[in-house]
Design a protein. Structure first.
Lengths: 131, 83
């Protein structure tokens, strides 16, 4: 059976609808403390979006989109790493023996920031060697 | 005496292009041109408004499409050129 091709506009609408449905399902599973639903929801959403993407006849992304993504990713990483590191260090520093939760949150944030920066450095080195 | 920043600024230029002119000469819409080049209409619009400088590959594609050289469509002007 041949599936009709889809325009870029319809792809965006369908993509947004799938994303909203995924968020609603994940939110519902958190509210009802259901740990099984989120995994198939995310996987199903990714597969559905991939299948939809293949049906689009128009150009969905081009070099300008890639360049915008690069800039957006770079600034998002910088902002997140900075905020996570400062918040993490502050929480760890101000935590007392009674407030072990703030220390744990602080350490988690600080390690997240470090992990992200390490991942960025590895990715940078890989792409630098490739080009 | 000009500072280093001022000196650099003086040398900074801007890409100019005549894409809109060539598109009109060939009676093409932004959509049609985008389809021929395999890019989105927004990218054509951004290039025409000189908000986005295309890659060398895309610049060659555009020049080949209109059967002209890259220099016919794109030019690079420094601030010194304008004064």
């Amino acid at each position: 059976m041949e599936v009709p091709m889809m325009s870029r506009r319809w792809f965006r609408i369908c993509g947004a609808a799938i994303t909203v449905a995924m968020i609603a399902l994940i939110g519902w599973s958190i509210a009802t403390e259901n740990a099984v639903v989120p995994i198939p929801t995310v996987l199903g959403g990714i597969v559905l979006l991939y299948l939809l993407r293949r049906q689009v006849k128009d150009v969905v992304e081009d070099e300008r989109n890639y360049r915008i993504s690069e800039k957006a990713s770079r600034s998002a990483i910088q902002v997140f790493a900075l905020i996570a590191a400062i918040t993490g260090i502050t929480l760890t520093a101000v935590s007392t023996e009674d407030s072990s939760l703030s220390r744990e949150v602080g350490l988690t944030l600080a390690f997240c920031a470090c992990g992200l920066l390490v991942l960025y450095m590895i990715s940078y080195a890989y792409h630098s060697r490739k080009s | 005496m000009p500072t280093i920043v001022e000196k650099v600024r003086k040398h900074l230029g801007k890409m100019k292009n005549k894409l809109k002119v060539y598109r009109a000469m060939h009676d093409l819409t932004q959509d049609a041109l985008a389809q021929k080049l395999g890019i989105t209409r927004q990218t054509v619009l951004s290039i025409e408004k000189e908000k986005y400088d295309p890659s060398l590959e895309l610049a060659f594609k555009i020049a080949n499409l209109f059967n002209v050289t890259i220099e016919d469509i794109f030019s690079y002007r420094t601030n010194r050129d304008n004064t």
